[in-house]
Ligand binder design. Structure first.
Ligand code: HEC
Length: 124
């Protein structure tokens, strides 16, 4: 009896705190991408040389804004409403949004941009 109460309490606490991988699951559902692959691509494209990105080793760059909590911002790149297609568009071709931005076009593929968006939206 005691144990089942403890298990129930733990379950309730987990739901309240969105325990485990649910932030990742939500981000995957919103974008159709894979957050774990996205983390790999972010490291591979070197985004961390300009951005501080939680969970990516060596990603402490100060050139661009920190990308923690990007899912809560209203706009990306200063002008696009923050939604998956726009985030992916920005990551793939920032110069088509703002020709003066310092962020380079890194040749990110559509598939990789979807996974990158999934990772970024999983960040708190
Ligand atoms: C050479 C430095 C540089 C690199 C490399 C770089 N960025 Fe950026 N990034 C910037 C700058 C600067 C901005 C601010 C853009 C602006 O508003 O002009 C920015 C903006 C962004 C934004 C929008 C942030 C916001 O709050 O609007 C996202 C998302 C982003 N970068 C993701 C990435 C990803 C993903 C990569 C790797 C594929 C990457 N960046 C690589 C410099 C860089």
């Amino acid at each position: 009896m005691r144990n089942s109460f403890a298990a129930l309490a733990l379950f309730a606490a987990c739901v309240a705190a969105s325990c485990g991988s649910s932030a990742k699951q939500n981000a995957a559902a919103i974008t159709g991408g894979d957050p774990d692959r996205g983390a790999h691509h972010i490291a591979r494209y070197g985004c961390g040389s300009c951005h501080a990105i939680p969970g990516i080793s060596g990603a402490h760059g100060l050139v661009g804004p920190p990308l923690a909590g990007i899912g809560r911002r209203l706009y990306v790149g200063g002008s696009l409403p923050n939604e998956p297609a726009n985030l992916e568009h920005w990551v793939r071709d920032p110069h088509s949004v703002n020709e003066k931005t310092v962020m380079p076009n890194l040749g990110v593929t559509a598939r990789d941009a979807t996974d990158i968006a999934a990772y970024l939206y999983s960040l708190k």
